[in-house]
Design a protein around this ligand. Sequence first.
Ligand SMILES: *[C@@H]1O[C@H](CO)[C@@H](O)[C@H](O)[C@H]1NC(C)=O
Ligand SMILES: *[C@@H]1O[C@H](CO)[C@@H](O)[C@H](O)[C@H]1NC(C)=O
Ligand SMILES: *[C@@H]1O[C@H](CO)[C@@H](O)[C@H](O)[C@H]1NC(C)=O
Length: 288
Amino acid sequence: MVHCDGLLLCIFESGSMAVWNPCLNQVRWIKPLTSSCKVCCYGIGYDGLSRDNYKILKFVNGAFTKNEYANTGSYKPEVDIYEFKSNSWKTFKVSLDWHVVTRCKGAPLKGNMYWISKWNRKPDIFIQSFNFSTETFEPLCSLPVGYDIYNVVVLSAFKGDNLSLLHQSKETSKIEVWVTNKVKNGVSISWTKFFSVTRPDLPVLVAFENISYPVHFIDKNNRIVVCCEEVLADRRNVAVNIYVIGEDEIKSQDEIEQHQIGFSWPLISGYAYLPSLVPVPSSEDKTE
Ligand SMILES: *[C@@H]1O[C@H](CO)[C@@H](O)[C@H](O)[C@H]1NC(C)=O
Ligand SMILES: *[C@@H]1O[C@H](CO)[C@@H](O)[C@H](O)[C@H]1NC(C)=O
Ligand SMILES: *[C@@H]1O[C@H](CO)[C@@H](O)[C@H](O)[C@H]1NC(C)=O
């Protein structure tokens, strides 16, 4: 799932797609281009200029090294854009020179989508964005922290206007949260450290394949709320915990449930989601 404005884009294993607003109990099925794509990343957003056109983005995510469509392998590099208004897909047969590193988890912000990405031919990690108005990828800025696959980095929206990035060092367990000053093209983006905490009782976040990727947001009291799975002593089950962490205390810790490791399809699950009354967009094509 990915979401924007309270609209959830659900992508099924079979390749089927639906947009759902659970608050209004509205669902619209989208005819997919291909049956399924295990290596694809998805986004949902809107044209910020006209404000009346929601779109879906789908791209094949991989470290393609050839800058041409004639790529070998089971997935050809491709970027597809679906427009709700015209109920149609456009396909661009291009390979990207970067790929998303954190399990394709996109952070939605003001109709656009953001991912933690890496250049294919350079070691640099950066924030990639997709501008749904211009339908272009616009690299935003580098990360405020050194990236290491063993550390956890999570991107999220901050108060609807900026981005926040949570980082936990594997070595020290220290959690840092950074926020951007602005998110707009042509303007330099800088990061400010919002929060930093080192305590012996902090949760140890992990980015294992079989564990849900941690989710965070900053609440109105400037505490961080983190939802994560933690492996239990039997090594076969996890507890799903929600922590509210202040700079000098762990305000609360609530266990929601326990389940087997890998149970919740950890590759894609888990978002901080704000319910809304935005209707599921319809199309002008009445023959649908
Ligand atoms: C985003 O960051 C800038 C710079 O710190 C700040 O002026 C602005 O108010 C922030 N937006 C929100 C919604 O906090
Ligand atoms: C997206 O592109 C439009 C048109 O160029 C621009 O006005 C807008 O600022 C861009 N959005 C972001 C978040 O950069
Ligand atoms: C989960 O993944 C970790 C790290 O890859 C591995 O050590 C562990 O054995 C896995 N556990 C299960 C139950 O698959």
